[in-house]
Ligand binder design. Structure first.
Ligand SMILES: Cc1cc2nc3c(=O)[nH]c(=O)nc-3n(C[C@H](O)[C@H](O)[C@H](O)COP(=O)(O)OP(=O)(O)OC[C@H]3O[C@@H](n4cnc5c(N)ncnc54)[C@H](O)[C@@H]3O)c2cc1C
Length: 369
């Protein structure tokens, strides 16, 4: 096979689409451990209130994608090993050769050390389990007040559930936004019972036990504690991995002719588990796979937080940037910009009425990469 892509998520499919924009003939095989049905993963955290079923989130079935892109697809086929020196991958019962290999493996939810049945939602089957668990239930505990945790909180509230959010941090979106914006989000997600500085230990007999000795009753506990890039396959094959599978500016891993993209990838210390980085990276990757070397560039890529109760857009500065947040607040919103010592803007968080400034402020930001 000419190009083999492992992963049937956005990164895998977007790479195939970009290849087909310029080349209709190269032979493409996409292999996925799941159904490889194409769906919009960001919808998982705002689908409950609108009563979306897992089936209705599917945009196109795998066989429709295969026909549209003129590619071969192997669904329900976990790849077990990569042998870069032989240019082969193993599916257990069979081996497949490749000229170029793309790892679009995604990321796993971080499992908190909480005993008992704690759910997480990172794909369609998780979403199906979550919906089943919620049927006829009322009280939901969410572990994690990050971006996805806040989105689920908003969606659950809109769906009529009682929502408590627990986080060891002292504010929502603690790793992304300054205190003023965190406070605005907290105040505007009205109806959420927040528990900051709280550490959940165990969910047992309908009670969530905290490290301070308190226990509260819940029907369902959902963890939204972040993601961990899937590096196992690459590490076992000897590829360099940090937090993610490390690639150079041409998206190539430390193994020749093996590339990585999407939530599993790390580039120059950056792991960017969002849609826009995939849209940019897939263009550069397709060129490189087809022999035209293009270095990846990331512009600033603000993320719109899907919390209609507390509209927020965030473009955090590159980790480790020197500078400080400067906030201004008025009735109806908060705006905070991250400025370096020379007064240059490196990031922002816009809440409420200030979200309308997203495009103008984005233009002022430096490239991320
Ligand atoms: C609830 C939620 C809400 C989100 N909201 C937003 C948002 O609002 N905005 C935004 O920009 N981003 C959002 N994101 C992030 C965004 O959805 C992801 O960055 C993106 O979908 C990741 O795509 P991916 O293809 O890299 O990974 P995935 O979609 O996880 O795909 C990985 C694929 O690899 C396959 N795979 C893994 N291992 C193997 C193996 N060994 N063999 C074969 N196949 C394998 C899997 O089956 C899967 O098909 C959200 C994420 C979540 C979970």
């Amino acid at each position: 096979m000419d190009i083999v892509i492992i992963g049937g998520g956005l990164a895998g499919y977007q790479t195939a689409k970009e290849i087909r924009r310029t080349d209709r003939h190269v032979r493409l095989l996409l292999i996925s451990s799941d159904s490889a049905d194409f769906y919009s993963k960001p919808m998982l955290s705002n689908a409950l209130a609108s009563k979306k079923t897992p089936e209705s989130l599917v945009i196109k079935k795998a066989h429709e994608m295969a026909a549209e892109l003129d590619i071969e697809i192997l669904p329900h086929s976990p790849v077990e090993a990569i042998f870069p020196e032989k240019k082969e991958i193993s599916l257990g019962n069979r081996s497949i050769g490749y000229s170029k290999l793309v790892l679009a493996l995604g990321a796993d939810p971080i499992r908190l050390p909480v005993e008992g049945e704690v759910l997480s939602v990172n794909d369609l089957s998780d979403y199906a389990r979550f919906r089943e668990a919620l049927a006829g239930k009322k009280r939901v505990a969410l572990l994690g007040a990050g971006l996805v945790g806040c989105e689920f909180a908003n969606d659950l509230l809109a769906g009529g559930f009682d929502v408590d959010v627990f986080d060891i941090a002292s504010q929502p979106l603690g790793r992304l936004v300054p205190a003023e914006c965190g406070e605005w989000i907290r105040a505007n997600l009205k109806g959420v019972n927040w528990h900051f500085g709280a550490n959940a230990m165990r969910f047992e007999n309908g009670m969530l036990h905290l490290s301070d000795g308190n226990a509260l009753p819940f029907d369902v506990v959902l963890s939204a504690a972040g993601l961990k890039p899937r590096t196992g396959l690459a590490m076992n094959a000897g590829m360099a991995c940090g937090r993610g599978i490390m690639v150079d500016r041409f998206l190539e891993t430390s193994s020749r002719d093996v590339y990585a993209i999407g939530d599993c990838m790390e580039i120059e210390g950056l792991v960017q588990p969002f849609v826009m980085p995939i849209m940019h990276a897939s263009k550069a990757l397709a060129s490189n796979l087809l022999g035209n070397r293009v270095a990846l560039r990331f512009p600033a890529m603000p993320v719109v937080v899907k919390t209609p109760l507390s509209p927020t857009v965030v473009s955090p500065p590159r980790p480790g940037s020197k500078g400080a947040w400067h906030a201004e607040a008025e009735e109806g919103g908060v705006k905070s910009v991250f400025l370096d010592e020379g007064g240059k803007i490196l990031g922002f968080c816009l809440c409420g009425k200030y979200v309308s400034e997203k495009n103008s402020l984005s233009r002022a930001l430096p490239d991320l990469l």
